[in-house]
Design a protein around this ligand. Sequence first.
Ligand SMILES: [Zn+2]
Length: 175
Amino acid sequence: MLSQLPEQADPRRLCEQGKRYEGRVALQDLARLAPLLASTEGEAAFTLAFDHDETNRPRVRGTVRAELQLCCQRCLQSMPLVVDAAFQLSPVSGPEEAERLPAEYEPLLLDERLLHPMDLVEDELILAIPPAPRHSVADCGVDMADYRQEPAPEAPQRKENPFAALRMLKRDSED
Ligand SMILES: [Zn+2]
């Protein structure tokens, strides 16, 4: 049975109740994700299923699908990233309990009893974003020959563009 995703809930209780959710969320409503995107237009589709496995361990299984618009760190144009992720979590109260989890589970560490279930969806989208997203060379707006040999002409823009500063840092760290 599908239910409306609660704002917050005790995940162990949701597991006892065998709750299942399916829905869509506007990307602009995900406050931690939104600043990482070139555009917050669009939605993510998700499913969340709370139950117990065959050893009676509480588990949360979820899927998230979305097309995110990231900012290419080379040409600063937007680039699409298709996310189609599945995850399996088990609620734990601390690191020791997390270490005892079977390998197929990610720990869902609960600082407090209550969880914002939408955080699980948002976390998965954030995890899917590479640290320095870049187009493939063929799709990128920057001509690689220019990029490698003539960085100087870009200099006047760097002061104004925080992403260009990031790119400089990245390049320095690669040297
Ligand atoms: Zn690019």
